[in-house]
Design a protein around this ligand. Structure first.
Ligand code: SF4
Length: 238
């Protein structure tokens, strides 16, 4: 059954991969059963990116990694998953905001909840800031090795913060990064804050959790593991 926002043949998503059921590994829903729609393409180029096959064409085969699909095709797959939670991630999914809005509307119509994982550089439309949609916003710190001008977009952060539908999740490579998060929290009124250790091995993630826990609690923030890495290491599609 299609809603009034039902897709048209113009609603094509460039998909990197569809996978599930698995566990949401990060943020407030860590541990929840979920299915993932990973979109291709990104407007940043973080040096520690754990999904370079969505954008880094210098060492990944674009033709093999990008799969244009009608929204209706993605929805057929989603119905076969019967998930309570769908995570739309990337890459940067808001680069495809028109089709993402249609997709999210249809997933909600199926009774599901939707989490959109975004780097916080793009303002989402009001039609996407709705009940049953949460934005897991991951603004990048200096550790991503990008200029501040490129990775921090004040208008987008403020808009997401004001939407009431966002949480802010920061990838930390060193406990010293926490001060930079505090500055962003204050400058853009970001809350709630989640801190996540960087790492694509269970040993690195576990060590990061131990290094960060006391300092995160002391600041009144939340700490998230990368549960999928603890469970399955760096296996793609988990
Ligand atoms: S924003 Fe995300 S997907 Fe894009 S380069 Fe950074 S870590 Fe990778």
């Amino acid at each position: 059954m299609h809603s009034e926002m039902a897709g048209t043949c113009a609603d094509v998503l460039v998909v990197a991969e569809l996978f599930g059921p698995t566990l949401q590994g990060e943020g407030p829903s860590a541990g929840r059963l979920a299915s993932f729609i990973r979109l291709s393409g990104c407007n940043l180029s973080c040096n520690w990116c754990d999904t370079p096959w969505t954008w880094r064409w210098s060492d990944h085969d674009r033709a093999a990694e990008q799969h244009p699909m009608d929204v209706s095709h993605v929805l057929t797959w989603a119905r076969s998953q019967s998930a309570a939670l769908y995570v739309i991630t990337g890459g940067e999914p808001l680069l495809q905001v028109r089709a993402v809005t249609v997709l999210a509307s249809e997933l909600i119509g199926m009774g599901a909840r939707v989490e959109i994982e975004t780097n916080g550089t793009i303002i989402p439309p009001a039609s996407l800031c709705r009940e049953r949609v949460t934005f897991n916003v991951s603004p990048k710190l200096a550790n991503a090795d990008l200029t501040a001008r490129r990775r921090i977009k004040p208008a987008a952060l403020s808009s997401l913060a004001a939407s009431g539908r966002a949480v802010f999740k920061f990838v930390v490579t060193d406990p010293g990064d926490l001060e930079e998060i505090a500055e962003l929290e204050q400058a853009h009124d970001l809350r709630p804050i989640w801190v996540m250790p960087e790492g694509t091995s269970s040993a690195t993630v576990a060590a990061g959790i131990r290094d960060l826990a006391d300092a995160v609690v002391a600041r009144g923030w939340n700490l998230t593991p990368r549960l999928h890495v603890l469970a399955w290491e760096n296996t793609r599609g988990r």
